[in-house]
Design a protein around this ligand. Structure first.
Ligand SMILES: [Zn+2]
Length: 460
């Protein structure tokens, strides 16, 4: 994610031997994964492999009617388990085709299958639901209405960190990535853009169904759906990657020009880190201000005020770091934002030279010290998208580069990505990889950059 105001503000800157009787009933899955900031996000006891969302959307009235089918594996005996779903009316739920009992409390949807599930069971849950989706408003994250939004005849979804549960039942935490099929039916002439590859368009007369497939694992906060008046603009990209954007009709020319070098950026990061992880990439430009851009997988959502090269490079860099290698806990957003911020500058450094990078980072250093910006390693909810994670986060990487040299730093980026691709990471994983690649114990050095209130001196 990249937020407008920040750009402006910091441009300047396990008993005894007696046998234990087996429990009479199977266990109940936990209502959350225990995230340090959002303890109720996600759920315990199972792992989702695939979501199929069949949705019919009345765009003008902002009404959603849907069936969500989740294929999952039980990781413990389950007499009951939870999904996260906020608002909307649930009509029926079945597990493996048999009716299931359910109750709701806040964002927790508790499902009791007809028969308990055994550890390792692969099961299918089908939820039929409908209603008018409402975004999640969180005072600590006032800049974003998380999830499903309806504005000026268009619908868009921006869910970081918790909004996915506003439009489908989900195991809503990055630690449970899954693949997705999205089938969305809308009235013509609305156009539907979503994550992955558009595999089918089915003409139903007055309506059209769009089928989108996301074949690689995706964290729920990175799912998106945008419906409205858009033109699809395509061009072939490097190594068979298709570049495809969705632009408002009257902005196609201008935006095509602004985003013209997206293919070069894909080639640059592919060379620096690893091949681009998905079949397609592009942005969807909303026709009204949003105040930020979000790295929704394969299709970043932009507000028009964010239509600039630096932000394009930032959201694209997130496709590797953020989307493919994803934070394991929400108090470590620097693992997403510090990387995207630094890699955005590496794109510019490639054009403008190392002096641009070193000089720019020194200027930021002075500004961060002056404004006493908090340490990035473990942030509070209010700091999730603050300069602590963007700029001090980027400085963790610059300091590492200065300490171990350019060649080892590049090897670090490639090793860290290859090791944690399609998985989640913690700051401890980051430090362990840096130590291994460099052959040095950098723990104390990196801890100072990550956790000390005062920024350490710049390495010479
Ligand atoms: Zn970002």
């Amino acid at each position: 994610m990249r937020i407008t105001t920040l750009l402006v503000g910091l441009a300047l800157l396990l008993a005894a031997c007696r046998p234990i009787p087996a429990p009479a009933v199977a266990m109940v899955g936990a209502p959350g994964v225990g995230d340090p900031i959002f303890p109720l996000l996600g759920n315990g006891g199972y792992d989702v492999q695939h979501y199929t969302l069949d949705l019919t959307v009345d765009v003008a009235r902002n009404l959603l009617k849907g069936t969500a089918t989740l294929r999952a594996t039980a990781t413990q005996p389950l007499a009951a388990f939870n999904l996260d779903l906020l608002g909307l009316e649930v009509s029926t739920i079945s597990v493996d085709g048999a009716p299931a009992h359910f109750t709701r409390s806040g964002q927790e949807l508790t499902i009791t299958p007809g028969a308990p599930l055994a550890t390792g069971a692969i099961f299918t849950t089908t939820v039929a639901y409908a209603g008018e989706p409402t975004p999640l408003a969180d005072p600590d994250l006032a800049f974003i209405d998380q999830g499903w939004n309806h504005q000026d005849g268009a619908i868009y979804v921006v869910s970081e960190p918790g909004g996915a549960m506003t439009w489908y039942p989900v195991n809503n935490h990055p630690t449970d990535k899954a693949t997705y099929t999205l089938r969305v039916t809308v009235d013509k002439p609305n156009v539907v853009a979503a994550n992955g590859v558009l595999t089918e368009e089915i003409d139903l007369g007055e309506q059209r169904t769009y089928v989108w497939e996301m074949a690689q694992p995706m964290a729920s906060y990175l799912t998106t759906l945008v419906i409205g008046d858009f033109v699809r603009v395509e061009e072939p990209g490097p190594d068979g990657v298709l570049i495809r954007h969705y632009f408002p009709p009257d902005e196609v020319e201008t935006l095509t020009r602004i985003f013209a070098n997206t293919d070069e950026m894909v080639a640059f990061y592919s060379d620096l880190i690893a091949p681009y992880p998905f079949a397609e990439y592009g942005v969807v430009m909303l026709p009204f201000p949003l105040g930020f851009a979000l790295e929704t997988q394969t299709l970043s959502v932009f507000g028009p005020e964010m239509a600039m090269e630096g932000v394009n490079a930032h959201e694209l860099a997130h496709q590797w770091f953020g989307d493919t290698v994803t934070l394991a806990a929400w108090d470590q957003t620097w693992l997403n934002e510090g990387f995207a911020t630094y890699l955005q500058r590496m794109w510019l450094e490639d054009k403008l030279g190392r002096g641009f990078m070193d000089g720019g980072m020194r200027q930021y250093y002075a500004g961060l010290k002056g404004f006493k910006v908090a340490a990035p390693g473990r942030v509070t909810e209010a700091e999730l998208f603050s300069e602590a994670v963007y700029e001090r986060g980027a400085w963790v990487l610059h300091a590492l580069r200065l300490e171990i040299g350019d060649a080892l730093f590049r090897e670090f980026l490639r090793t860290y990505y290859a090791r944690y691709k399609n998985d989640v990471v913690t700051t401890a994983d980051f430090i362990a990889t840096a130590n291994e690649v460099s052959g040095q114990d950098l723990t104390e050095f990196l801890n100072a950059w990550l956790y000390d209130a005062e920024m350490p001196p710049i390495p010479e």
